[in-house]
Design a protein around this ligand. Structure first.
Ligand code: ADP
Ligand code: MG
Length: 248
């Protein structure tokens, strides 16, 4: 993990080997108090995810996938329990440090792509690089490199509406990787794509894990994509009910 000025050393944990897991949660829970009673969206989830894995987070709609990803990515705070990312206990970080933490360490990919419609593919990929005030020359270089990486070198000047759904999601993947995050969190990234395009996006993520050394946690309820994962964590009513590792 880079750029830890905002992370006091006492907030970092490590295992015996000196390297902390990419993600570690302890009894992680999120309740939503509602007029009709408390919704227990995530319940006592304790998982460790190693570096360089593609993890599928499976479960029906409403099983807690988005809530869990949001807490791992520090977009939402737990009601109880803790989340550590690469040894940094993000659930304890003050609000003022969360933005910097997310920008430098996490890449987010959403179902609806989340691209800015008035910006070109290249400009969309550039947004996170501008936010960390990277050097403009290196920035241009990185944008080109990222578009090549996702197979869109020839689409740099296209606006999102001039791209197919699969291409838009590739731009979103490139954008998520811009600041070289250690962790990619993808929330049903193939949900709006047909099955073969969805599979191509998942294969791309798998390749990026190998080539860029990132870890990815991908929420999906598409059974066709599950076989591409190194590990499958299944949620039901906010709890982990299955945690299989087909190849890892
Ligand atoms: P999934 O992503 O697997 O579909 P979610 O994490 O979105 O599941 O939702 C888990 C449960 O929490 C659902 O019952 C959902 O209705 C509830 N929930 C999610 N977000 C909120 C919220 N902001 N307020 C109240 N309830 C919520
Ligand atoms: Mg969801």
């Amino acid at each position: 993990m880079r750029d830890l000025q905002y992370a006091p050393p006492e907030r970092r944990l490590a295992d015996e080997s000196g390297r902390a897991p990419m993600v570690e949660t302890h009894d992680l829970s999120r309740d939503y108090p509602m007029p009709g009673g408390v919704v227990r969206a995530v319940r006592e989830v304790s998982v460790r995810v190693g570096h360089g894995q593609l993890v599928a987070l499976r479960g029906r709609s409403g099983s807690g996938k988005t809530t869990l990803l949001s807490m791992i990515g520090a977009l939402d705070r737990p009601t109880r329990g803790s989340v550590a990312v690469d040894g940094l206990v993000v659930s304890d970080l003050p609000e003022s440090q969360l933005i910097a933490f997310r920008r430098t360490n996490i890449g987010f990919i959403f179902q609806a792509f989340g691209l800015m419609p008035i910006l070109s593919a290249a400009e969309n990929v550039e947004v996170p690089l501008r936010l960390v005030r990277s050097d403009p020359k290196e920035r241009d270089q990185r944008v080109l490199e990222l578009l090549e990486l996702v197979g869109l070198g020839g689409r740099a000047n296209h606006r999102p509406h001039e791209l197919s759904g699969g291409e838009q999601q590739r731009v979103a993947v490139a954008r998520a990787l811009a600041n070289r995050p250690d962790l990619l969190l993808a929330d049903e990234p193939t949900g709006q794509l047909d099955s073969s395009t969805g599979r191509a996006i998942m294969v791309l993520l798998q390749q990026l894990i190998r080539s860029e050394g990132v870890t990815a946690i991908v929420a999906t309820h598409d059974p066709m994509l599950i076989d591409l994962a190194d590990r499958v964590i299944e949620l039901q009513d906010g709890r982990v009910v299955d945690d299989s590792r087909p190849t890892a």
